[in-house]
Design a protein around this ligand. Structure first.
Ligand code: GSH
Length: 250
């Protein structure tokens, strides 16, 4: 029995969703609405006390951390391998996943929480929002929600995130100008990871990611969206967030 607790195919939730789809592993999908604070409900906290998504439950084994879940799925199930056999390529896959997770994702996430998550919930009843923030188990997530809701990300931290997005985008463009996929010749977990972060970058960060400045990223995004697994996963999206992806149809 395999159940994935996830939100939209986007950022962290999309990573295990796309990995399972590429491997052809069936799973029970349990959608949690992040904007409705479903991830902090008492039922879900029994599964992941940190109150973050995604979480994968394999029989009675609970896994969290999206990148580590992707590696587990690739290891534990049959289907096309998503980690290169070549040692250098495998290192490059891991190098990029670390870079995505530690540098690129937090920067993109801060911008996303400031321009999308905050405005999506801000107009709700203030007392309800205060209680919702209070219920969040992790202090760092309470801070992120509070800054998003009360619009208090500082100009300096947003500027620093934009700087990191510009640098990350340039590094990715450079890598994809040398190799077909992020790790090398093999489509890997690093492509899945990066795609989940960057699929909408040309829409949300057009100054950093566009046909002129980053043609290799644009071709890479289109090639990944052309894959049947990617189509199937993004078709599971329920909101306009995931539906934006259709701009990649060539
Ligand atoms: N490092 C974790 C991060 C998980 C995480 O923070 N996920 C976000 C969604 S992309 C979340 O659950 N946010 C909900 C919240 O902060 O309430 C992973 O990669 O799985």
């Amino acid at each position: 029995m395999l159940t994935l607790y996830h939100w939209e195919p986007n950022a962290n939730s999309g990573k295990p969703m796309l990995t399972l789809a590429e491997k052809g592993v069936p799973f029970e999908s349990h959608y949690l609405d992040l904007l409705n604070f479903d991830q902090h409900s008492p039922e879900y906290l029994k599964i992941n006390p940190a109150g973050t998504i995604p979480a994968l439950v394999h029989d009675d084994f609970v896994l969290t951390e999206s990148t580590a879940i992707m590696e587990y799925v690739d290891e534990a199930f049959a289907g096309p391998p998503l980690r290169p056999a070549d040692a250098e390529e495998r290192w490059r896959m891991r190098w990029w996943m670390r870079f995505f997770d530690q540098y690129f994702a937090p920067a993109l996430s801060m911008i996303g929480w400031s321009v999308f998550v905050g405005p999506s919930v801000r107009s709700r009843d203030p007392e309800e929002l205060r209680k919702a923030i209070e219920r969040i188990p992790l202090k760092e997530r309470r801070i992120a929600w509070s800054k998003a809701i009360y619009n208090t990300f500082s100009a300096e931290e947003l500027e620093e995130s934009r700087r990191r997005v510009a640098i990350g985008t340039r590094c990715l463009e450079d890598a994809l100008s040398k190799r077909k996929w992020v790790a090398g010749e093999t489509y890997s977990l690093a492509d899945i990871n990066g795609f989940n972060l960057a699929y909408a970058a040309p829409l949300s960060q057009p100054q950093a990611c566009n046909e002129e400045l980053t043609p290799h990223i644009m071709a890479w995004l289109r090639a990944i969206y052309a894959r049947p697994a990617t189509r199937a996963v993004w078709a599971m999206g329920r909101t306009d967030l995931a539906k934006r992806i259709t701009y990649l149809v060539s």
